[in-house]
Design a protein around this ligand. Structure first.
Ligand SMILES: [Zn+2]
Length: 336
């Protein structure tokens, strides 16, 4: 794996990040996959095979470690490993790959989630959980018939939630809907499902999919008091979101995540109006200042740092977001 690390990256790491990013890190949201497990066809007009698969090749734990060694030098990193999320997947092969990735790692702290398609039977999912050491489920909106407006139970139907509850799994949930968490159907579903299935630990990805302050401002209070709901901050690059999150959501249930490989792209997630999107950095577009883009992960960390500055770089807070909260969630204790 040839990782291009440029002068601009080095400068940002040294000046803005290296002095506060802690030595031990639990990355609660990173993806691993094998392109051969994706069964989508390039010429499928509705669901074309994503181009990144053949550009990146296999992303396994080893590749993930190389990226983390390059971007977070000297840090010890453990993971919640999430699968690739494609509508058409060789499910047996994908689940086996996820299970092998934690079994072969000699890393008792990292855990893996299995992909969830709404058509899976509870018996099949239960059988996989008996067969392998898997800690979680990873449903995704593109597996449903309405990737924009689907509800949580369209992605992971209640019979599968019963299985997750029986096993006490984590579920990494990237919610759908244009208003994200601010859509009452989303926060009401979280309220209802977290009460009905008390042994499921929900991890709401990307600040409960709030990439913009308008999405989180008046909605986060609806889920802040639910004891089995956590949040990962992966890919969010907006200090305004982190300001609200740290003020209104219990900081012992907020976790760092990189969203590798999306986090290793160059560019940034921007919000404007009532939307957000990934913007690849465009070099040469700004003659008034250097236009070289850096990694999404660095933009996420810079934005978080901007908020942490207001907390006087509170070491206890930083340690809990980057390590202790994930350890308590996954292993019941922040030691190790
Ligand atoms: Zn992700």
């Amino acid at each position: 794996m040839n990782i291009e690390y440029k002068e601009v990256d080095h400068r940002i790491w040294e000046e803005e990040l290296s002095w506060w990013v802690p030595n031990k890190i639990f990355d609660a949201h990173t993806h691993i996959f094998r392109p051969q497990d994706c069964l989508l066809k390039p010429d499928d007009p509705d669901n074309p095979r994503p181009k990144y698969l053949d550009e990146w090749g296999v992303i396994d734990v080893d590749v993930t470690r190389q990226w983390n060694e390059a971007l977070l030098p000297g840090r010890e990193v453990h993971y919640v490993l999430l699968p690739g999320v494609w509508r058409a997947t060789d499910w047996d092969s994908c689940v086996e790959f996820m299970a092998q990735s934690v079994a072969s790692e000699n890393d008792p702290l990292s855990v893996a989630a299995m992909p969830i398609h709404p058509s899976m039977t509870p018996e099949w999912v239960d059988e996989k959980l008996r067969q392998y050491r898997l800690a979680g489920m990873k449903p995704y909106r593109t597996m449903t018939d309405d990737p924009v407006d689907c509800r949580i139970t369209d992605m992971v139907p209640e019979p599968l939630l019963e299985v997750a509850d029986d096993w006490g799994l984590i579920i990494t949930m990237h919610m759908a809907k244009q208003r994200a968490l601010a859509d009452p159907e989303n926060w009401q579903d979280i309220q209802r499902l977290s009460a009905k299935y008390p042994h499921i630990r929900w991890i709401l990805a990307h600040c409960a999919r709030c990439f913009a302050p308008w999405a989180i401002r008046d909605s986060i209070e609806h889920i802040a008091d639910l004891p089995n709901v956590w949040i990962d901050i992966s890919a969010v690059c907006a200090s305004a979101v982190f300001d609200i999150l740290l003020e209104k959501f219990p900081t012992e249930r907020i976790m760092y995540g990189s969203d590798g490989l999306a986090g290793w792209d160059r560019g940034k997630y921007f919000w404007w109006g009532y939307t957000w999107d990934f913007m690849p950095g465009k070099e040469g577009g700004t003659p008034h200042a250097s236009s070289e883009p850096t990694f999404v992960l660095y933009e996420e960390l810079r934005s978080l740092g901007h908020t942490l500055r207001v907390y006087d770089w509170d070491q206890e807070l930083i340690q809990s977001i980057f390590w202790g909260n994930a350890m308590r969630l996954l292993h019941g204790s922040s030691d190790a």
